[in-house]
Write a protein that binds this ligand. Structure first.
Ligand code: GAF
Length: 384
């Protein structure tokens, strides 16, 4: 494990900023999404898995009612926020995420009386579409629950981390990322039914299948709050309303989208309907031990995200095409879109795919992409 995976770096950072030893250390992973993109806020299915990279929070209670936060990725004096002043919109920038979680915890009736000191350390690249924000929220939620002995289940913690992001920070995300970070099991992907909240662990063992899952950080940065993600959400809601259903999840046949006169809404609905079917297909393949068969499903997902949902971006399209041409079984863009990472399913130990993607980027004068081997890992936990 790299960087901040153990308790040590966060504990040292805590000692540096606040002095002494923290009461505990908690860690929450980022996520990759195998399949099920832009389906969570349509009440559909997603199939993400936790990464080995994540955010670690070393924390102690305080007695002055202040939330003091220091991030090693944003050096400077700790940010000090009196808990009583936490209201949506009051905090901006990275500190809004942990502050939003403290706000959400208090909103559920747990006062966190004395406040807390949080020292944050991360080995997740930011803006790479690997859910660094959700990992920060989930590590903070787990830390505050641990410090104050709060009786909150994992799904409840995911819900309040999601609430922090939506209602405090003001980013209209779905529940996938927080669920993946808190509920995943090592060696498995997490099948989440976003309508019922029901989860199922689905075996995902690339190495055992002689394959590898590679994350390609395209270097193009994205922000969920830039308006385009929210626009997609509005389009989906509008399509569902016009089709007379409470959510696009209710529709199972792509033919249902044909009832929409507006060609943009028709394509948005078609993506959601076919993507939900691809999640089911992927689960069937994985359950039957056919990870290689998932390659074709990943390729179809990318085409749908590119052509129907229109959330792909040039670097992702080039990475996916180059990966496939160089021998990947399948590849697709990942996450909200407009920047971030792609995911490729490759034969184990194959360097041809990353070499081909790097060469294509170079040909276009783009900076070389980053590569991370994605290992389906455990969800958030107390490290010490
Ligand atoms: C982002 C959001 F945070 C998720 O909720 C999900 O909608 C995803 O984009 C798209 O599938 O990661």
């Amino acid at each position: 494990m790299s960087g901040a995976a153990g308790a040590g770096p966060a504990e040292r950072w805590f000692a540096d900023r606040f002095g002494g030893r923290p009461e505990g250390v908690w860690r929450a992973p980022g996520r990759a999404n195998l399949i099920g993109e832009h389906t969570d806020y349509n009440q559909g299915w997603v199939l993400p898995f936790a990464l080995h990279l994540g955010v670690t929070v070393a924390a102690s209670r305080r007695d002055d009612g202040v939330l003091a936060i220091a991030s090693r990725q944003a050096p400077g004096a700790p940010v000090g926020l009196p808990l009583a002043t936490l209201v949506p919109g009051a905090v901006t920038g990275w500190a809004a995420y942990p502050a939003g979680v403290a706000w959400a915890v208090r909103e559920t009736g747990h006062p966190l009386a004395g406040g807390a000191s949080l020292a944050i350390e991360s080995d997740l690249p930011q803006g790479a579409g690997l859910s660094s924000s959700a990992a920060l929220e989930c590590a903070t939620a787990l830390a505050l629950a641990g410090l104050y002995g709060l009786d909150l289940s994992r799904p409840e913690l995911a819900a309040l981390a999601w609430r922090a992001e939506n209602d405090f920070v003001g980013v209209p995300s779905g529940i996938m990322d927080q669920s993946a970070s808190l509920l995943s099991r090592a060696g498995h992907a997490l099948l989440l039914d976003c309508r019922s909240g029901e989860t199922t662990d689905v075996p995902l063992d690339p190495a055992g299948a002689g394959l590898g899952l590679v994350i390609v950080d395209t270097g193009a940065r994205h922000a969920l709050g830039d308006g385009r993600y929210a626009e997609r959400r509005r389009e989906c809601d509008r399509a569902a309303a016009l089709l007379g259903v409470t959510s696009l999840r209710e529709l199972t046949s792509p033919a249902a989208a044909a009832g929409l006169a507006d060609s943009v809404l028709r394509r948005r609905a078609r993506h959601v309907i076919t993507e939900n079917a691809r999640v089911q297909e992927t689960v069937t393949l994985l359950t039957g031990g056919d990870l290689a068969g998932v390659g074709a499903v990943l390729r179809a997902s990318h085409a749908s995200l590119r052509d129907d949902f229109e959330v792909s971006w040039p670097e992702a399209d080039v990475a996916v095409d180059a990966a496939t041409a160089a021998g990947a079984l399948g590849a697709r863009m990942m996450g909200g879109g407009f920047g971030g990472s792609a995911l490729a399913l490759v034969p184990a130990g194959q360097r041809a795919v990353s070499a081909a993607i790097t060469a294509e980027f170079g040909r276009r004068g783009w900076p070389p992409p980053g590569f991370v081997r994605a290992v389906p890992s455990a969800g958030a936990l107390r490290v010490r």
